[in-house]
Design a protein around this ligand. Structure first.
Ligand code: PMV
Length: 321
């Protein structure tokens, strides 16, 4: 028997950083996925391998330690934590495949965590629903990262475009948002914890200036929700551009991120902004037309990925053979 699960990556469209202060945010699942397969191990060892990410390790799920046979870790910590919390420690073989580039800001860790847990529940025949899965995945992320917003794991579990309200309720914006976009990402990874701390320091030393910016980001997200529901692409683009300016004012942009944003706009993107924590990391450029021109221009300096939002969240099954 083999348990198989997959979960999509995510991108934040509106509301990063302001969400930390209780403002709403909108994030969407993208059509890039992490796939986890779990089966019995035939040599009494728990093995994790990924051909796509080029690593292999022998895991000790009780002590959360591993012996690396090949490649670099990173994502292993999430899988180990998930197994430590929710597996009975019997020997298993785990195979991970993913077309979500690590460090691209597309939530690869959340997608891997959600897919690992869903495969594990299937393997053990444990009943679960999306809410319990998203909660458990959030616990895993928190335990690995210290702090983590529930947004990533929610989006990777439910799929679609998710609006997280001020009251922390979630609403799945049930529309087909088909406009393609380009994700541009630098090789320099942003450090989410540090960026959140930097914004807090700026806010604490300039409350009269920064507080209104944060609440403007909340208004912007709400206008973004209306524009999405009306499929008003040019309005979404305009709001993305404003959001980028506000994020820049919070100090989370870099020369590379700004370069990507301005190149994207010049080549025809209707809107372009930082997505995620900034300080390195990635941008999102909405491209109803000219997607190839935008992608080509950004890829002269940085990495790109062309993608779309998807309504498909986590999926899982058991295969008997
Ligand atoms: O960089 P990401 O994709 O992990 O997004 C971080 C979003 C923040 O709002 C900056 C932090 C958070 O926990 O919401």
């Amino acid at each position: 028997m083999q348990a198989i699960a997959s979960a999509p990556g995510k991108t934040i469209l509106f509301g990063e950083h302001s969400v930390v202060y209780g403002e709403p945010a909108i994030a969407g699942a993208v059509d890039k996925r992490a796939i986890v397969k779990i089966k019995n191990s035939n040599n009494n060892k728990t093995i994790l391998r990924s051909f796509d990410l080029n690593f292999e390790a022998e895991l000790n799920t009780q002590s959360k330690k591993y012996i690396l046979k090949r490649g670099k870790p990173g994502i292993i910590r999430y899988i180990l934590e998930a197994l430590n919390m929710f597996h009975d420690h019997s020997p298993i073989e785990i195979t991970l495949s993913s077309n979500i580039p690590i460090g691209s800001g597309l939530g690869s860790s959340a997608a891997v965590t959600v897919a690992t847990l869903a495969a594990l529940y299937r393997y053990h025949n444990i009943r679960f629903n999306k809410q319990s899965l998203a909660n458990d995945a959030h616990k895993v992320e928190e335990s690995v990262q210290g702090i983590a917003s529930p947004l990533d794991t929610l989006v990777c579990t439910y799929g679609g475009l998710i609006y997280l309200s001020r009251r922390k309720t979630i609403e799945n914006l049930r529309i087909n948002f088909n406009t393609p976009f380009v994700i541009g990402f630098t090789s320099k990874h942003g450090n989410t914890g540090k960026m959140v701390r930097d914004v807090r320091n700026l806010k604490d030393s300039n409350p009269k200036i920064i507080n209104p910016l944060i609440s403007a980001m909340g208004h912007l997200t709400n206008s973004g929700k209306v524009a999405i529901l009306n499929n008003n692409i040019s309005k979404i683009g305009e709001l993305m551009n404003i959001n980028h300016g506000l994020l820049d004012a919070l100090g989370v942009s870099t020369a590379e991120l700004s370069r990507m944003v301005y190149l994207a706009r010049k080549k025809g993107a209707v809107g372009a902004k930082i997505t995620g924590a900034g300080g390195g990391g990635s941008i999102i450029a909405l491209c109803p037309e000219n997607i190839n021109d935008v992608a080509e221009e950004i890829s002269k300096y940085d990495n790109i990925l062309k993608t779309r939002f998807t309504r498909k969240g986590v999926s899982s099954k058991v295969k008997w053979y």
